[in-house]
Write a protein that binds this ligand. Sequence first.
Ligand SMILES: [Zn+2]
Length: 423
Amino acid sequence: MPADAAAPPPPRSAGGHIRLTSHSAGDGAPPLRWGAPTAAERGPVVGTTTTRAHRNVVGTHSGAYGVYRALAVAAGKLSREHRADLTDTSPTDVIGPHPQWADPAAIVSLDPWGALVADAFGAHIAAGIDVRPTIAVTKAQVILPEVHEAIFKGRLVPDGRVLLATGAAQVTKAAIEPVWYLPGVAERFGCSENDLRRVLFEETGGMYPELVTRSDLEVFLPPIGGQTLYIFGDPRHLSDSAVELTARVHDECNGSDVFGSDICTCRPYLTHAIEECIQGAQRGGVGLVAYSRKEGRALGEVTKFLVYNARKRQVGGDTADRYFARTECVAGVQDMRFQELMPDVLHWLGVTKIHRLVSMSNLKYDAITGSGIEVGERVSIPDELIPADAQVEMDAKTAAGYYTPGVVPDVEELKKAKGRGLQ
Ligand SMILES: [Zn+2]
């Protein structure tokens, strides 16, 4: 930084000085060999901030929540030396290891051993290395008004196993934090690892200097949201291609998923998928909803709401023929979800065949089949579940190549204003 720069000096750490980047020589970090066949050969992911010499990745744990952890330390609420007590936290269900875990190209955006660290890397933990889980697996019951309605209308029947008489569905759920193997991520996007590192560094405002100073560190814990899995039936069946798998990969839409906003089909499609998953599990199959934190096509809610206004205020009203164009005007792109990384979680689960894919997205379908997973039937959202204001989105998507068993709208149909105005 030039001497005349006006920026205040950075706050001092407990050590009294700030170290901008670490150095590779002579430290005590355990080796990390992505895609190695066993946990012992792969080595633990160590993103601790307490003993920097042990770190073998760029970034910190907990995705975006790492920033809240920093706030808690800054506010004096959390000791930076705190280590998780992992007693009784182990997964409720065994997932893997699967052959895909040992393929460095099959999984590049999560740590397949992330749920098993207490066992797989117990020796490292005992030796004082702060190894933290990046995946947690637990059990739950989920209760949804749409499932109650399906029971009331006779589409779903409680069986006391998958679906209880109370209307609660029994699930195994897993939370997964992002862990990126940078050479593999670069390959998925067809760019060089150097370019990926440089752009990640620059476009986060220089947040992670080690991206450019430590090319020996190949793994990055990015400050983004992760994903959650909801599994209906026995999770061990997910890797058995002979057992019927019903699956939806769903990208977060808080407005619809949680608050019931009717401008899109996200919640109706999600609850329809849950209904399909329950039915599939009751037939002796297994159901999976993989929920990714990629709000508003990973453009974020502010951009999304700006686009809503632009769509509804444009001359001619909210029409499907300008649905994608309005997004591109505001965001610069139509979509930043980049489904290239999405199939990783399926490979973590050992999935080789999805018998019923509850999705109309050609991008998701292409990503899944392109990663070597077979897809049988594609299940579209029933027409009666599409909210009136969401017909604009549905027409735009089917015209753009989304799967539909119905009629693809023509040019004239796309020009008809179908969305509500703002008033
Ligand atoms: Zn939505």
